[in-house]
Design a protein around this ligand. Structure first.
Ligand code: MIC
Ligand code: SF4
Length: 646
């Protein structure tokens, strides 16, 4: 049978279940990555598993998110991660080395392999033909301990690329187009596989921009073939031996095909406050709207190719008087190469504020815009409040659009504007500047026992849940709308991120974007049976942050009842023993009122037997789907994955 590329890689890794669309499978994981904002919890969980050395081919711990050190917390957490990595066979990418996804693509990813990472943008490495999936920290801990990763065998959507991008139209515009077509829930339960003649018109970093932001479709992952360009890229990284050629079989069929003619695309923007709220820059430019801030970088657009284009546009000019421009290269390699070729001084000269090569403003670690400010960002998410300024208007754009607009101070179409001029050809360097001196190797097996794990006082034990009770009677403490993001459930930013290792403290911020009273109300209900959250469609989209489940556990949330879930968040709830339920009839959502008491009178039996779940509410009886896999059921009954292991 002819297989698609994603199916080939998945099928090669299946250790449990059958390759049948919609069924539960477990796959072997070759590589893992963590970052610091999710890493502490993942390593604390890994430590409880009692495995001395990771069982993967390569596991890497990155420090890239919590890099603003305005107190001891982040620095202590970094020290903990460094020490635990050294002890257990994990490579440690020190702060300063770059953003996990950019560095993993450059230095560690391998075509044909599987990778899971405790960060939703792990699919970036799909740009070199990996099946790379974002997951909760606990799933990553299990994979490091040698366990398989459980997913639903996905549908495969083929995205057929034809033609060639026009000058100043960018890979970012390709993924923004896909988001416009499919929406932020269009990828749920699916892998996006790119094919067609247009693929060879895109470099590896361009492909990685597209697979990176495939996360915003809610997709399990996105993948490109591994071809001659992948070969050249890996060779230039000094890793030619990691190359294998990979593509879909002749005659492979996709569950759905979306065709995109690259030559017809124009510069686009995702408007506030959702990555699928797409308009053309042409249209936005016609309004003459002033731009207050421009931020360039992140795991989506921090590559050398991106920043060389930006430098070309800015060279010899000055950032507009009323624009604040910041630029963060994606990695130390990119940073260094910009310096070596002089492009860095073009950026500095033009007035860009150069930031260290970390996530920075993307996760609200600094550079919050002015009140109600218009901020153009080359990032992947523009959820309400994520920038740190609640009323900011964040637009997601390409580096080309960002740079052009930084000069003019208004939305500017790089395709037609005078400020861009002729686009210089990008020729990938024959050799990237490779220096892995900021990756600390783990101790040898013999020396591991001598390594002391250094825990700071910010690290508090993670909350444990209790086994599922026979019945649940709890107040509906919060009723939310569609498309609730994990940035709503557990906001990030410079103030809250240092609390990632301290669940009791971080829980004080749970859902405050939606309702500031939620944490105190939930705590008051904790001894009275806990509470229930109700939501709309695509609940929990966005980040992989397990804290969006851990804080609810701590606050006593027993169940979340919604129209539909985003994949990673649903699994994080199950892993931590919170019951994820969906309406059989979505219209029943309207029957529920915040503040009423809900009853699940026979929940344990129903979960055990696989029957639908009965909900009693003021409006009568409502039927809820029980779509838990056998493994999910066991976790829910035990009160989470760690309890199940015990
Ligand atoms: C994000 O982009 O939202 C983050 C911050 O990278 C998260 C991880 C986290 O919350 O720590 C993600 O994408 O998973
Ligand atoms: Fe970091 Fe932003 Fe990428 Fe998340 S999306 S990994 S915060 S750069």
């Amino acid at each position: 049978m002819s297989l698609t590329l994603a199916q080939k890689i998945l099928n090669n890794h299946i250790v449990e279940g059958e390759p049948v669309k919609g069924s539960s499978i477990a796959i072997k994981i070759d590589q893992t990555l963590t970052q610091d904002a999710t890493g502490t919890m993942a390593y604390l969980q890994f430590e409880t598993m009692g495995v001395s050395r990771v069982k993967t081919e390569r596991s890497v711990a990155y420090i890239d998110h919590n890099t603003l050190q305005s107190g001891f917390e982040n620095a202590d957490d970094h020290r903990y991660i460094g020490s635990v990595a050294k002890k257990h066979g994990i490579y440690f990418s020190r702060p300063g080395n770059g953003i996990c996804h950019q560095v993993h693509l450059e230095r560690f990813g391998k075509p044909g392999k599987t990778l899971i990472g405790s960060d939703s943008h792990t699919p970036t490495c799909g740009g070199i033909g990996m099946v790379a999936i974002g997951a909760g920290g606990l799933d990553v801990a299990v994979a490091m301990a040698g366990g398989a990763y459980h997913i639903t065998y996905p549908e495969i959507v083929g995205i057929k690329l034809t033609g060639k991008l026009r000058d100043w139209v960018s890979a970012k515009d390709v993924i923004l187009k896909v988001l416009q077509e499919l929406s932020v829930k269009g990828g749920v339960g699916r892998i996006m596989e790119y094919f067609g003649d247009g693929v060879k018109m895109l470099s590896v970093p361009e492909r990685a921009t597209i697979t990176n932001m495939g996360a915003e479709l809610g997709a399990t992952t996105s993948v490109f073939p591994s071809d001659e360009l992948t070969h050249q890229f890996l060779k230039a990284q000094g890793r030619e031996e990691d190359y294998i050629e990979l593509s879909a079989d002749e005659g492979a069929t996709y569950d759905k095909v979306l065709e995109i003619d690259l030559s017809k695309l124009e510069p686009l923007a995702a408007c506030p406050h959702s990555p699928d709220n797409i308009k053309s820059i042409r249209e936005l430019a016609s309004t003459g709207t002033a731009v207050n801030q421009v931020c360039i970088g992140s795991c989506t657009n921090g590559s050398l190719q991106d920043l060389l284009k930006v430098a070309h546009i800015l060279k010899g000019k000055t950032v507009h008087e009323y624009v604040d421009l910041s630029i963060a290269p994606g990695s130390k390699q990119v940073f260094n190469m910009l310096a070596e070729c002089g492009a860095l001084s073009d950026l500095i000269d033009a007035g860009a504020r150069i930031l260290e090569c970390t996530c920075g403003p993307c996760i609200g670690m600094g550079q919050s815009p002015i009140s109600a400010g218009v901020s153009l960002r080359t990032f992947n998410r523009n959820f309400l409040g994520r920038s740190g300024t609640k009323d900011a208007q964040v637009y997601l754009v390409s580096p080309e659009t960002a740079a052009a607009s930084a000069l003019t101070g208004i939305f500017t179409d790089p395709l037609t504007s005078d400020v861009t001029g002729a686009m210089p050809p990008y020729i990938m360097p024959e050799k990237f500047s490779v220096n892995d001196n900021m990756v600390t190797l783990p101790a040898s097996e013999d020396d591991a026992s001598k390594v002391e794990v250094l825990r700071g006082s910010n690290i508090k034990p993670f909350p444990s849940n209790s086994p599922l009770s026979d019945d649940i009677t709890a107040e509906l403490a919060l009723k939310t709308e569609d498309n609730i993001t994990t940035d709503h459930i557990m906001p990030a930013g410079a103030k809250i991120l240092p609390l990632r290792s301290n669940v009791p403290a971080i829980s004080e911020y749970c859902f405050v974007v939606v309702d500031e009273t939620f944490p105190s109300r939930a705590k008051a209900l904790k001894d009275k049976g806990g509470c229930i959250i109700v939501g709309g469609a695509n609940y929990g989209q966005g980040s992989s942050r397990e804290h969006a489940a851990l804080a609810p556990v701590y606050l006593g949330v027993k169940a979340v009842i919604v129209k539909s879930f985003a994949r990673i968040h649903r699994q994080n709830l199950v892993n931590n023993g919170i019951l994820p339920l969906t309406f059989v009839n979505e219209s029943d959502y309207d029957k529920l009122t915040q503040g009423e008491v809900l009853k699940l009178p026979n929940v344990k039996n129903e979960v055990q037997s696989g029957k639908n779940i009965t909900l009693e509410c003021a409006a009568g009886i409502i039927e809820l789907k029980n779509d838990l896999s056998e493994r999910d059921k066991d976790m829910i009954l035990a009160g989470g994955l760690l309890n199940m292991f015990k």
